[in-house]
Design a protein around this ligand. Structure first.
Ligand SMILES: [Cu+2]
Length: 168
């Protein structure tokens, strides 16, 4: 009788130990799946807090990367997250002449989060005097954003990246 009890106890203890060992060994495999909701929550809170590199240039008027154009932007209203809005992009030559009828594409995203813009903004209208209407701008969270323009006018093509940090 006592022998059998001992055997049962040993079996239970052994099962528990083996289960724990197997669980620990499988942790790297199971971990990501089990941890996901928790980690996701933690990532989400990191999302807003990750600070941008300190040396970023936030100027709204800059030279393009090869120095071909001087570009500035204004927003129709203050940039608030999750609000679709419109920019006006002003493009000049390096010596200050307005650039007419350029073809311009828009791209952007959050370098620290590895995602792009939530919308596909487009230059929809040339307003004259080197001004271009950019519709469909939207940012879905606070933090450091890059907005990139690729500008082609005549035989010149150049790119520019504007940095923004948004509250959110
Ligand atoms: Cu993000």
């Amino acid at each position: 009788m006592q022998n059998k009890t001992l055997k049962t106890l040993l079996t239970v203890a052994l099962t528990v130990v083996i289960t724990i060992i197997v669980f620990i060994l499988l942790m790297p495999v199971l971990g990501p799946r089990f941890m996901h909701p928790l980690m996701a929550g933690r990532m989400e809170s990191m999302h807003g807090n990750s600070s941008a590199p300190s040396e970023l240039d936030y100027a709204t008027e800059r030279m393009t990367d090869n120095g071909d154009f001087k570009v500035s932007y204004t927003s129709e209203n203050s940039i608030t997250i999750n609000q679709m809005h419109t920019w006006t992009l002003h493009v000049e030559t390096a010596d200050g002449q307005p650039v007419e009828n350029a073809s311009i594409t828009v791209d952007g995203g959050m370098p620290q989060h590895g995602h792009g813009l939530p919308t596909a903004p487009q230059v929809t209208e040339y307003l004259g005097n080197g001004d271009y209407l950019v519709e469909g701008m939207k940012f879905q969270m606070g933090g450091w954003w890059e907005v990139k323009f690729n500008i082609t006018a005549g035989n010149l093509t150049d790119t520019i990246t504007f940095n923004l940090t948004l509250e959110g």
